[in-house]
Design a protein around this ligand. Sequence first.
Ligand code: NAD
Length: 299
Amino acid sequence: MNYKNITVAGSGVLGSQIAYQTAFKGFNVFIYDINDEALEQAKKRINKLKVRYQEDLQATEEELNTAYNRISFSSDLSTAVAEADLVIEAIPEVVKIKTEFYNELGALAPKKTIFATNSSTLLPSQFAEATGRPEKFLALHFANEIWTNNTAEIMKHPGTDQAVFDEVIAFAKAIGMVALPLHKEQPGYILNSLLVPLLDAAELLLSNEVADVETIDKTWMIATGAPKGPFAILDVVGITTSYNIVNAKAEATGDPQFKKLAQLLKTSYIDKGKLGTATGEGFYKYPNPSFEKPDFLKN
Ligand code: NAD
């Protein structure tokens, strides 16, 4: 892997983190976004990130500024990708927006440039044709708060070249990520393939009145040694996100169990402002939720 110049397209929540982390690890970074206003927002986001890097990683002022100075900004796509070895796309999770972006990018980027999507829910094969270079395209998926939650799921689509896959794995490691290769396309990658069924099952046990929140979490924690149960995890994910997923399932399948669950999440939690850790209350109250108390795992 001899990448030097990385372009990050879209500088919102994830894009700004990917750009700063990449610069922090010594690469030259170009940030591309739609207009000057979006680029100003990106600068603000990155200045906030510097504080987190200082607090969480004890980064020095010099390291923080050196990283910042490795970043260039442009709202002109051809300028932003002219030298790019790799473009990481972190633009909105909307098929039409991403397809149009890849059509434009494929026409403007040098032939050598590899493209990676950070999409959480869309598969790379959906955009492979639009890139005009399916063999140089794959998914590179980061988690929010990338500097500490440092997973990178690297996922091929059926047309991705093996050498490109290997290079992007090496790149992910070079920017401090734990690289998690997926050799086939999988909706939800590894994490959500495991987590979504667990969270759904826990919520259905609750809404079907089989057991209460604490009993369900306690069972999971004692039996598997996990530090948190599914409801503690749901409080971090946010109950609104969970509601949106459950509601979409209820509408897609018409399954009355999911309808009842969606109703419960809305009336007992969302309507009462209990949205999870973000609002100080969800399934548990914060700080000092009961599952962290020393006697929680006892009778
Ligand atoms: P966001 O809304 O915070 O940021 C999107 C950015 O893209 C904005 O700066 C916007 O100005 C810019 N943009 C819009 N249209 C564009 C275009 N045509 N070209 C270039 N830039 C454009 O979104 P986000 O939360 O950072 O998510 C971006 C991608 O990352 C999505 O695919 C999402 O699935 C994925 N992702 C998000 C998270 C998360 O926790 N937020 C985690 C992992 C992956």
